[in-house]
Design a protein around this ligand. Structure first.
Ligand code: ADP
Length: 671
């Protein structure tokens, strides 16, 4: 039974508890993952908005600039600068990249001189500038081949994976205008194929791993990210993508020393350091202005001048000349920062970071924040190299606190589970154990009763037989036989009475109560048993402490109680054959004590002996027959009379059974 209980209840409960505790341990990681997925979607959206805003900036600059052939471009450019706050230093190039404006002679102001010294070589097509390229676009053919190979598989997977991992942000998001990228991208590609490659790359960690691997083999240089997102490597990205980040892990250190776009780190560089942040999605290449300009009519060229990023706008005029400007950093940042609508919420802080990891807009309540350690972040795209959309937890410890409280709840539940399983289990087991013990006792009871019935019947029929066959027996012998037969009959009667009493519905027993003197009843019992007991070597005496001990009782029932106790005193006496019936009284109660010098009752059994069927030694080999009902019935009768039966060890050995009944009024007349 215990084993079944352990197998069916305890083992599953322990398993359940272990699982719950393990999940409690993972609570923080799970919550972090949820939070990361939510914030990732928001950051992706913001990155898309920023990319789109770049397109609008280009549109605004284009609409304000018109240099008809043969016009005085110096004046037109000066007017353009005054009219458009975005224009910092306008320039004009001949179709063959000769710098027409600003003039390099004495007419040039300090600003123009600085501009020319920084950009002159590039604008005259002599030096190349670094340009970012989306790795998914660079390896577009490989990605599409990969994706179509696993087409059916990918079709199924894209739904589930796509739901969890939002598309990587990049400038070619549907809202981003083609112009903004055309400036920084190599040979134009079919837009749908491009987008398909970008999507396939974003959705498949295995494609990401392969592409990064290939980039590493080819010696590609990945853009260096300015941030170390905390959640993305562990939760937002797949483990494969995160492992691909290993190759850029060393990037950070070098990035800190020099502008990465100017001196990028080869993607092939292997690092033993564990990856923390996901790798950049952009490969760094370098292009001459003529290469960039061959890809479209206008665009925006981000250029690193030392640590600083400057943005050059250009537009090819009808006559082949190129007009453009260096964009005013302040106005440009203001425009891009304008896409941020809500930077602060109780849950997260959202902002855009520039190439140095500084926020474009500083949300309130963010003093002392490490902007380079966002919770999640996304690169904005080719037009804004190293710029990131980044989200931070408003209270970084809130996830841990929430996880702590929910794992506390799980622990409490596990405790409750244990207490209830242990408590309930103990109750069930003890009930079952009690039931089975009772069933066993009942079975023994049946054996005992039949044995008890048979023994007196056998001796009665033996004596009847003797008397019948030996008619000439002396009178003393006859008397002896008859008294033995009478005592066996009495024993039978008592046994049958006990069994009947026990099986009778307790409420159904009717007592004919009247005022009796307990001393009288005790005296009658002593007299009726004296001959028999003395013939068996017992010394029986009656001790009366008071002249009268009145009680209200059914005399027959009271006799049954005393006979049961006396019979036990006889049965459980070995050597010491001395029995005393003592009657005493005080103002409240009357006690009749049956004292023997028998085998005694161990302390642990002194209460149990009153339970039905309970016997201290139930083996037939104990030599004493019994049903385990005598004391049960004696106590039941005493309690029905408002009293009780208890037992105690007798001084000098043996047992005292004490029947205590409420004393009746002395003045009350006998009924
Ligand atoms: P039984 O028919 O077994 O005597 P009882 O209910 O009268 O049933 O007694 C229950 C058990 O209490 C006995 O089996 C015996 O072990 C113990 N007992 C009762 N009276 C005495 C006594 N006077 N001395 C020692 N043990 C006793």
């Amino acid at each position: 039974m215990g084993i079944i209980f352990i197998a069916a209840v305890i083992v599953p409960s322990i398993l359940l508890a272990v699982l719950s505790i393990r999940s409690a341990g993972r609570e923080e990681a799970w919550m972090e993952k949820q939070m990361s997925a939510t914030l990732d979607a928001e950051v992706t959206h913001t990155a898309g908005l920023a990319g789109a805003e770049v397109g609008r900036v280009i549109d605004d600059l284009r609409s304000g600039l018109d240099v008809p052939p043969g016009s005085d471009y110096g004046r037109i450019l000066a007017r353009w600068k005054t009219a458009t706050s975005l224009v910092a230093v306008p320039f004009m190039l001949s179709p063959r990249y000769g710098i027409l404006w600003p003039p390099s002679d004495a007419r040039a102001g300090a600003e123009e001189k600085r501009f020319l010294s920084e950009n002159g070589a590039f604008l005259s097509d002599r030096t190349a500038t670094t340009v970012l390229q989306n790795i998914a676009v660079k390896y577009q053919n490989e990605i599409l081949a990969d994706a179509s190979l696993a087409k059916s598989k990918a079709a199924r997977r894209s739904e589930s994976v796509g739901a969890e991992a939002p598309a990587q942000p990049e400038n070619a998001a549907p809202v981003a205008p083609a112009e903004s990228e055309s400036a920084a991208l190599p040979a134009a590609t079919v837009p749908e194929a491009r987008q398909m490659a970008i999507d396939a790359f974003a959705q498949s960690p295995s494609i990401q791993t392969r592409v990064y691997e290939e980039a590493r083999e080819k010696g590609d240089q990945l853009n260096a990210r300015v941030v170390e997102p905390m959640a993305m490597a562990s939760a937002g990205q797949s483990s494969e993508a995160a492992s691909a980040g290993a190759m850029t892990a060393a990037l950070k250190d070098e990035a800190a020393k020099s502008p990465p776009a100017a001196k990028p780190v080869p993607a092939a560089k292997k690092s033993a350091a564990p990856a923390k942040e996901p790798p950049s999605q952009f490969v760094v290449t370098s292009q001459l202005l003529s290469q960039i300009a061959s890809q479209g009519d206008s665009g925006l060229i981000p250029r690193f001048i030392g640590e600083k990023l400057v943005f050059l706008f250009w537009e090819r005029q009808k006559d082949g000349r190129i007009a453009g400007c260096e964009i005013s950093a302040g106005a440009f940042r203001g425009r891009i920062a304008g896409v941020l609508t809500s930077t602060w919420s109780p849950v997260r802080v959202l902002t855009l970071l520039d190439e140095n990891g500084a926020p474009l807009a500083t949300p309130p309540d963010t003093t002392g924040r490490d902007w380079r350690r966002p919770f999640v972040a996304r690169e904005i795209g080719e037009a804004l190299p190293r710029w990131e959309a980044a989200a931070y937890l408003t209270r970084p410890d809130s996830i841990a606190a929430q996880a702590r409280s929910s794992s506390l709840v799980i622990w409490i539940m596990v405790m409750i589970l244990f207490v209830s399983v242990a408590g309930g289990g103990t109750m069930v087991l003890s009930t079952v154990y009690g039931e089975s013990r009772l069933a066993q006792q009942k079975a023994t009871f049946v054996t005992n009763v039949s044995h008890e019935l048979k023994t007196p019947l056998t001796s009665i029929s033996l004596f009847v037989d003797l008397l019948r066959r030996k008619g000439h027996l002396p009178q003393t012998k006859k008397d002896q036989y008859l008294s033995l037969m009478a005592s066996e009959t009495e024993r039978l009667t008592r046994l049958i009475n006990n069994v009947l009493d026990f099986s009778r519905d307790r409420e159904a027993r009717r007592y004919s109560m009247r005022r009796v003197d307990a001393s009288d009843v005790a005296g009658q019992i002593v007299e009726s048993q004296r001959v028999r007991l003395e013939s068996r070597g017992f010394q029986l005496s009656l001790e009366l402490a008071a002249l009268e001990a009145p009680v209200r009782a059914d005399p027959e029932a009271l006799k049954q109680v005393l006979l049961n106790l006396l019979s036990n005193a006889e049965k459980y006496s070995a050597e010491g054959k001395e029995i005393v019936l003592a009657v005493a009284r005080d103002s409240q109660s009357v006690t009749i004590t049956v004292r023997d010098r028998g085998i005694g009752i161990p302390e642990k059994d002194r209460e149990r002996v009153f339970r039905e069927f309970y016997r201290v030694d139930d083996s037939l080999s104990s030599g004493v027959q019994g049903t385990g009902l005598g004391l049960t019935i004696a106590r039941r009768i005493a309690r029905d009379h408002g009293g009780d039966v208890t037992c105690a060890p007798r001084d000098g050995g043996g047992t005292d059974f004490i029947v205590r009944l409420p004393a009746a009024d002395m003045e009350e007349a006998p009924a």
